[in-house]
Design a binder for this molecule. Structure first.
Ligand code: NAP
Ligand code: F7E
Length: 321
């Protein structure tokens, strides 16, 4: 039986990846940091099938211990301070967790089980002020936030461990991917949760920042399949994972409101508070290499994604007003 260690198992991607690996017969270990209140919402249905090990990306000895306990064949490093918006206010912490946390995890693997295959959650935010469109594995990075800068470090330290120690390390440059398990602070889930609450009479307006930003949005359940595929190849490599389509925040808003029969213009207010000090205006990824080498393709369309998220939030808010 193959064994996998997932950091960030309580997050959106960690929960979908755990489901995927369990369905493939893996023994799944998840790194779990201490929190004052439980945050098992995304994995509560999996708790009796996985094993949680305590640890934090900032604490190397806890990571060494986690690798010793799990003896993994595969390590998926999904943990990070992942919210771009907060990365200016918490730039030092973002660097510690999202950048140096990767080095800590790689060191733990190198010291305890260097033969384990390693996946790093890199991000399209590394492209930032994009140098070409669509963005590919060869597009130079130009990050626009402390988060993006930290991910560039995480990306290159992953490449460096591959080249320095011949470790099987892969980096997935994933474009935005969403789901009903997305955190409520990210724009997609903020919109679908608000649309549901407005429809149910529980909220009256939706305050947003930049409606013109363009993102290449896919479904998280599709994207974790690409992570797994990367670690099944003969050789380690880096891949862009994207849909190849881009949409504005405004388009997302329009479809979400339309889905419940409302006109977004009656509810959306633009608020300076949600504008960023530096914005990433346009992201559009080329999934060509992933398609050619991994045989990976996204299955859920943009419209399906928006509607599924709205439907989920309608259901959730009906039950828990
Ligand atoms: P997420 O929902 O925010 O989950 C982040 C996870 O990291 C949570 O389990 C969190 O634990 C854990 N974590 C945070 N700081 C930690 C620390 N110091 N030590 C241990 N665990 C820690 O993120 P996601 O959307 O699933 O994304 C997964 C990864 O992919 C992240 O690295 C993200 O930056 C990257 N990424 C995401 C996207 C996307 O569109 N979703 C795109 C590209 C790359 P708690 O539950 O305790 O907070
Ligand atoms: O913002 C704009 C905002 O916070 C998307 C993370 O998973 O994907 C994610 O980062 C866009 C930006 O995601 C609001 O300015 C407008 O242009 O949903 P987001 P993100 O910053 O793209 C990448 C690939 C990651 O790696 C990250 O971990 O929407 N926007 N109004 C807003 N954004 C938010 N959050 N809230 C608003 O009110």
């Amino acid at each position: 039986m193959k064994k996998a260690l997932i950091t960030g198992i309580t997050g959106q991607d960690g929960s979908y990846l755990a489901e995927l690996l369990l369905s493939k017969g893996y023994k799944v270990y998840g790194l779990k940091r201490r929190t004052a209140t439980p945050n098992f919402e995304n994995i509560k249905h999996l708790l009796d099938q996985i094993e949680l090990v305590p640890g934090d990306l900032l604490d190397l000895s806890s990571l060494i211990n986690a690798v010793k306990i799990s003896e993994p064949d595969e390590v998926y490093n999904l943990a990070a301070q992942s919210f771009v918006g907060d990365s200016w206010a918490q730039s030092i912490y973002t660097g510690q967790a999202t950048a140096l946390g990767v080095a800590n995890m790689l060191e733990a693997v190198r010291l305890v089980k260097p033969s384990a295959r390693f996946y790093q959650a890199s991000s399209s935010e590394m492209f930032g002020r994009v140098m070409e469109t669509p963005q590919t594995e060869k597009t130079p990075f130009y990050p626009r936030s402390p988060y993006g800068v930290a991910k560039v470090y995480g990306h290159w330290i992953t490449v460096n461990y591959r080249e320095s120690y011949e470790m099987f390390t892969c980096s997935g440059i994933l474009f935005n991917h969403e789901s009903p398990r997305r955190g409520l602070e990210f724009v997609t889930r903020k919109i679908t949760d608000a649309v549901a609450k407005i429809k149910l009479g529980l909220q009256h307006e939706l305050r947003l920042g930049n409606l013109d930003a363009k993102r290449d949005w896919g479904f998280a359940g599709d994207y974790v399949k690409a992570m797994w595929l990367m670690l099944q190849q003969e050789n380690p490599d880096d891949y862009v994972i994207a849909t190849g389509e881009t949409h504005t925040v405004k388009e997302f808003v329009e479809i979400a409101f339309q889905h419940v029969g409302l006109d977004w213009q009656n509810y959306v207010i633009q608020d300076e508070k949600f504008m960023r000090p530096a914005e990433v205006d346009l992201l559009l990824g080329s999934p060509r290499k992933a398609k050619d080498k991994l045989g990976w393709e996204p299955e859920v369309s943009f419209e399906q994604l928006v509607k599924t998220m709205v439907d989920h939030d309608l259901e959730k808010n009906r039950v828990i007003p």
